[in-house]
Ligand binder design. Structure first.
Ligand code: SAM
Ligand code: SF4
Length: 351
């Protein structure tokens, strides 16, 4: 992977030709990034087979992680200078980040106040949902790939289904609505799991979103022919529910929404691989060790941590972040013959 070195000399580097030095965070294709995904940690307490190996990974050393002050400085810069209007905290497992409530509160104090969301596996959410809502968290996505306890244990390698379900209930009770459920389907049991998950979500008023599995697993085991496609998932659901296309404009939302049995309940299918939505992408990403990534599949990162630790001023940080986004590729390239999976797995990028 290429890391753009940004020591002190680089701060004086000329910005790329044509790159605006103020205003929205744009790339050369005219896309505007307004949605920041922040990975708070690469650690996790589950071991989902499509994400992490059973033994875990070599976690980032503590001194390589952004401190809370470094993180809040970058959050402030993103909102006040780069036009970021929504921030999603993720990981690894963001609930393992002890100061999550404090970071959420600091983000909620920024002006203009961004929308604040969390993507979590839900373990421990039942104890923290209320405090997170009080700190300013607006919404939550909880990952859940099956409602079946045995299959949950097989997929996540941990017997924790009841904790996730308790977390979902607590999120709803704390007003973190709409509560969304993210599912990545198992190639064998996934179509049955999808039907049961949708029944479960309809019963409790959660919105299910099913995501095509992407080549971002640490073990590089993803195989196109094994991963379920959006059209197969749609067909499986359509044989049990009446699905009609949601008429609302989709904008930059990755999920194609379908009204279920006449609505208002809906299910989303995210065809990240089979129908990429890169042309509408509005995301920029910050890893727990302070690297800006302009795409999940980027093979190049920009080291803001080095800049922060070399006493760079906000102008230099802003210019580096803008330059990183300016170089964003047109698409993720998964379907190109020369596609190369990024070195960082999803858990260290932040999904
Ligand atoms: N641990 C938290 C969780 O699971 O929600 C947050 C981090 S996780 C990397 C974020 C999302 O990425 C989850 O919804 C997870 O299912 C999804 N994910 C992980 N690996 C994936 C893959 N290979 N393809 C598609 N989605 C993936
Ligand atoms: Fe952990 Fe989330 Fe990866 Fe599962 S998908 S192993 S919960 S980071």
């Amino acid at each position: 992977m290429t890391v753009t070195a940004l020591g002190l000399p680089a701060m004086r580097r000329e910005p790329p030709a044509g790159m605006p030095l103020a205003g929205p965070l744009v790339d050369t294709f005219g896309r505007v990034a307004t949605d920041l995904r922040v990975s708070l940690t690469d650690r996790c307490n589950l071991r989902c087979t499509y994400c992490m190996p059973a033994e875990g990974l070599d976690w980032l050393p503590g001194d390589e992680l952004l401190s809370r002050d470094e993180l809040t400085r970058l959050l402030s810069l993103a909102v006040t200078r780069l036009g970021i209007s929504s921030v999603r905290f993720t990981g690894g497992e963001p609930l393992l980040y002890k100061a999550l409530e404090e970071v959420v509160a600091a983000t909620a104090a920024l002006r203009p106040r961004p929308e604040i969301a969390l993507t979590t596996n839900g373990l421990g959410l039942s104890r923290r949902a209320k405090a997170l809502a009080a700190a300013g968290l607006d919404r939550v996505n909880v990952s859940l790939d099956t409602c079946d306890p045995q299959r949950f244990t097989a997929i996540t390698r941990r017997d924790r289904l009841s904790d996730v379900l308790d977390g979902l209930a607590a999120a709803g009770a704390a007003g973190l609505r709409p509560v969304k459920v993210n599912a990545v389907l198992d190639s064998e049991s996934g179509l049955d799991d999808a039907v049961e998950l949708l029944r479960y979500c309809l019963r409790f008023g959660y919105q299910l979103r099913i995501i095509e599995q992407m080549p971002l697993d640490a073990g590089h085991q993803w195989r196109r022919d094994a991963a379920l496609r959006a059209d197969e998932i749609f067909a499986a659901l359509a044989s049990h529910f009446e699905l009609t296309a949601d008429p609302a404009p989709r904008g930059s939302a990755p999920a194609q929404l379908w009204r279920v049995d006449g609505g208002p309940a809906a299910v989303g299918i995210i065809a990240s691989v089979s129908h990429a939505f890169c042309s509408a992408c509005d995301r920029t990403r910050l890893t727990a060790d302070g690297q800006v990534r302009n795409c999940l599949f980027a093979t190049e990162e920009t080291d803001l941590r080095a800049l922060l630790r070399s006493c760079a001023d906000d102008d230099a940080l802003e210019a580096a972040w803008r330059a990183a986004m300016w170089r964003k590729a047109a698409g993720h390239g998964i379907n190109d013959p020369g596609f190369v999976q990024p070195e960082r797995p999803m858990s260290a990028i932040g999904g």
